[in-house]
Design a protein around this ligand. Structure first.
Ligand code: CO
Length: 152
C-alpha cells in the first residue's frame, strides 16, 4: 500500500516535467558576434520534433562581407570539405555549395544587427552519425563550430 502511494506520488511529481519536455520548443536561437563567436557549443534537437528551426542573430555591427555569419549543419566528417567548397562558392551562395547533399540545413549569411532562420526536417539526422554546426564564412569555422546532438 505504502509502495503504491509512493509510486503515485512520484508520478504526480514527475508529470509536470514530462509535460514540459513534450512542450519543449523545436527551435533554438543562436547568436554570433563581431568577435567571431557563437554563444552555443551544442544544438540539441529532440527526436520528437517534426521540424526544427534555427534562428541566427548577429549581435555585432560588422557587415556580412567582413564578419558574416551563417549556420551550416553537416555530418562532422563532412565539415571540412563542405566548408572548403563553400568558401569557393562565395558570398553570393552564402558560402555553401548550391544543392550540396551533405548539407543538412543552412541559413543565409548575415551581417551585424540582422537575424535569419532556417527550418528543416530533423529526420535527416541519422542516429549513429555525429553532426556539427559551423559558420562557413572563410576562416570562421575553427572558432565558430559546435556539435549537434539528438535528444529524446
Ligand atoms: Co561567421
Amino acid at each position: 500500500m505504502l509502495r503504491k502511494l509512493l509510486i503515485a506520488a512520484a508520478l504526480l511529481v514527475a508529470a509536470p516535467y514530462a509535460l514540459a519536455a513534450d512542450a519543449e520548443p523545436c527551435s533554438v536561437e543562436i547568436e554570433g558576434n563581431d568577435q567571431m563567436q557563437f554563444n552555443l557549443e551544442t544544438i540539441e534537437i529532440s527526436k520528437a520534433c517534426q521540424e526544427f528551426t534555427i534562428t541566427l542573430k548577429h549581435t555585432g555591427q560588422l557587415a556580412e562581407n567582413v564578419m558574416g555569419h551563417n549556420v551550416v549543419i553537416t555530418a562532422t566528417e563532412d565539415m571540412d570539405d563542405v566548408n572548403r567548397e563553400g568558401m569557393q562558392a562565395g558570398l553570393d551562395s552564402d558560402y555553401v555549395k548550391p544543392d550540396d547533399p551533405r548539407v543538412i540545413a543552412h541559413t543565409e549569411i548575415i551581417g551585424g544587427g540582422e537575424t535569419t532562420s532556417v527550418t528543416f526536417d530533423p529526420s535527416k539526422l541519422q542516429d549513429d552519425v555525429p553532426y556539427s554546426f559551423f559558420c562557413s564564412f572563410p576562416g570562421h569555422a575553427a572558432m565558430m563550430s559546435g556539435t549537434v546532438t539528438r535528444v529524446p
